[in-house]
Write a protein that binds this ligand. Structure first.
Ligand code: SF4
Length: 235
C-alpha cells in the first residue's frame, strides 16, 4: 500500500497531556512558516529539514501499540501544511486509534477536509485575528485562522482553543479583547497557557521569571465571565 508522504520531526511514544483524557502518541510534523517569538519547537520550523522518521517506522510503532494507546496526535510545526496528512490520518484511524490535531489553522482548506476524520482539535489562537502579525511576524496571518476557527466551531467537533501568554507579547487589555472576540465566535472551551521562557525562539523573550499577566486574578475572573469554561494551564 502507498505510504503517506509526511515530513516527521519526532515522535513522543506516550503522553496523557496532548489529547485530554486519552493515552496517546504524538507525531511531530516538520515545518511552519510563522516565527512566533515564544515558539518552543524551533527545530521543527524548517520545511527543508530531513525527516527523522519514515512513515513506515511510525506505522510499525503504532501497530505495536494497538490496544495500549487510545489515540494519535498530529502536532508540529504546522501539521495541516503536510500534503500527506489526510492520508496519514486515515491510516491511523484504520489502525483503530482516535485522531487529534494540534494546529494554528494556518490554512483553512485542509482543515475543512480533515474535520470529518478527527476526534479532537487543540487550536492555537495567537492574538485577536487582526493582530496576528505581532506574534507570528507574518502580515495578515490572522485571516486563515479566523476561517479555520469558524469551520471547527461549525463542525461540532470536540476542541480546545488555547492561547499561549507571554507577558511581553500579550497584555491584559489584548487578552480581554481576544476573549470577547472568541465568545462572539461561539468558543466555549478556552485555555490560557503559561509560556516556557527558557525555550523561546526569540532569545529576548527568555528572561521573565513570573507571568504577571496570568497571575492577575482580576483578569482571569473577567475572562471567566466572558467564557465560563476557561482554564489557566501551567501557571
Ligand atoms: S505556529 Fe506554532 S510551530 Fe509555528 S512558529 Fe508559531 S508556535 Fe512555532
Amino acid at each position: 500500500m502507498k505510504q503517506p508522504i509526511l515530513s516527521i520531526g519526532g515522535l513522543t511514544p506516550f503522553t496523557t497531556l496532548d489529547f485530554p483524557g486519552h493515552l496517546a502518541a504524538v507525531i511531530f510534523c516538520q515545518g511552519c512558516p510563522w516565527h512566533c517569538g515564544y515558539c518552543h519547537n524551533p527545530h521543527l520550523l524548517d520545511f527543508q529539514a530531513k525527516s527523522t522518521l519514515s512513515w513506515h517506522k511510525v506505522e510499525r510503532f503504532l501497530q505495536s501499540r494497538q490496544g495500549l494507546l487510545d489515540a494519535v496526535v498530529f502536532s508540529g510545526g504546522e501539521p495541516i501544511l503536510q500534503k500527506g496528512l489526510l492520508d496519514a490520518v486515515k491510516r491511523v484511524r484504520d489502525l483503530g486509534f482516535k485522531v487529534a490535531l494540534h494546529t494554528a489553522g494556518i490554512n483553512s482548506n485542509p482543515i475543512a477536509k480533515l474535520l470529518p476524520y478527527l476526534d479532537w482539535i487543540g487550536f492555537d489562537i495567537k492574538a485577536p485575528f487582526a493582530r496576528y502579525a505581532m506574534i507570528t511576524g507574518v502580515p495578515d496571518s490572522g485571516k486563515q485562522p479566523e476561517k479555520s476557527a469558524q469551520l471547527i466551531l461549525e463542525s461540532g467537533i470536540a476542541y480546545e482553543f488555547r492561547t499561549t501568554v507571554h507577558p511581553q507579547l500579550l497584555n491584559e487589555k489584548t487578552l480581554l479583547e481576544l476573549a470577547m472576540s472568541l465568545a462572539d465566535l461561539g468558543v466555549q472551551r478556552y485555555v490560557l497557557q503559561d509560556c516556557r521562557p527558557a525555550h523561546c525562539l526569540d532569545a529576548s523573550l527568555q528572561t521573565f521569571s513570573r507571568n504577571q499577566v496570568l497571575g492577575n486574578e482580576r483578569l482571569i475572573q473577567d475572562i471567566l465571565a466572558i467564557i465560563p469554561e476557561t482554564i489557566v494551564r501551567n501557571r
